[in-house]
Design a protein around this ligand. Structure first.
Ligand code: HEM
Length: 293
């Protein structure tokens, strides 16, 4: 039983914060949405603070575990880049929150119902419903926390006191993402997704469709490869207080699963940027922004 392990508590805290943030970001009342944006900014600052106050003084950037592939020497720079992006995103979100609260007070003077977001639980033909949005944001926040956490965990040498806590937190969150994605897929078949915007060309529709399928595939393949790597390495997979022992004997093939896990995770970052770019590009077309607003 690993309930005593701080990794389980950290994972639980991250899940609860991500649910609260996702709920607030899609709440009907504008002031709760401002609170959601502030929570998201706080999350970004927490990642930056973790890096600048803990990681930089841990000695892992200078003396990490021996590299398994030549590209592993890029990990300290990747962590630096992620910390700086988190800091910049936190500041950007503060700026957005300021804009949201200004437009809230403007619309208050015009009409009270102007800024109220009325959503149904299920998806509608022209916009995502509450359940899809909640799942989308919770999964996104968890994946964005798993990446720096996984990179740092993979740099910690055996025998370091807090190594297990990182692995317990990383695996618990990773397994949670796996189940949340399965739930999202089941939800999509129960509640049909909105149709794509008419403003997209046939080529863009194909691209959007392909990107969605690839993202779902990766969100399932990354946890599965993590599980395969862990099991072939002879370790258990944690899900909070539970530990699933390896289902087969140890083998060096864990290195192959580990490499797939690593490169798929790194690739998922570029997919997330691609998704943000696509949404930003079409955010100004009324039809598209209605779907995600
Ligand atoms: C969506 C879910 C997940 C994401 C985004 C993710 C991401 C990552 C990343 C980016 C790394 C660093 C890889 C490197 O640069 O070497 C990593 C490492 C690791 N992940 Fe995951 N992971 C996920 C799920 C899981 C799951 C479910 C498990 C196990 C059951 C797992 C086990 C591990 C282990 C053991 C390492 C460290 C490997 C080492 O020590 O070299 N991950 N993960």
């Amino acid at each position: 039983m690993y309930i005593e392990n701080s990794g389980s508590w950290i994972a639980l805290a991250i899940i609860l914060t991500s649910i609260l943030t996702a709920w607030a970001l899609n709440y009907s009342a504008p002031k709760v949405r401002v609170f959601g944006t502030l929570l998201a900014a706080l999350g970004c600052f927490a990642v930056a603070a973790w890096f600048f106050f803990f990681v930089t003084s841990s000695g892992m950037l200078e003396n990490p575990k021996p590299n398994q592939t030549p590209l592993d020497s890029a990990k300290p720079s990747l962590l630096w880049a992620q910390a700086l992006i988190s800091l910049a995103s936190g500041l950007f979100l503060l700026f957005i929150a300021r804009g949201q609260s200004k437009s809230k007070s403007k619309s208050k003077s015009k009409s009270k119902s102007n800024n109220i977001l009325v959503l149904s639980s299920v998806n509608e033909q022209d916009r995502y419903g509450r359940v899809s949005r909640l799942l989308h944001w919770v999964i996104a926040i968890l994946v964005l926390s798993l990446i720096p956490m996984g990179i740092f965990a993979s740099m910690i040498p055996e025998g370091t006191e807090y190594r297990l806590a990182y692995y317990v937190a990383h695996k618990s969150l990773g397994v949670s993402v796996f189940f949340l994605v399965l739930f999202r897929l089941a939800w999509n078949s129960f509640s049909k997704r909105p149709t794509l915007s008419d403003s997209l060309t046939a080529k863009e529709r194909k691209l959007a469709h392909g990107a969605h399928i690839t993202l779902y595939f990766m969100m399932l393949a990354i946890p599965v490869t993590g599980y395969m790597m862990t099991s072939y390495h002879g370790y258990g997979t944690f899900f909070f207080m539970w530990e699933l022992p390896p289902l087969w004997g140890e083998s060096d093939i864990y290195l192959v699963w580990g490499a797939i896990h690593k490169y798929l995770s790194w690739m998922s970052v570029s997919m997330v940027f691609g998704d943000v770019w696509f949404n930003a590009k079409y955010a100004n077309t009324t039809a598209h922004s209605e779907r995600v607003k």
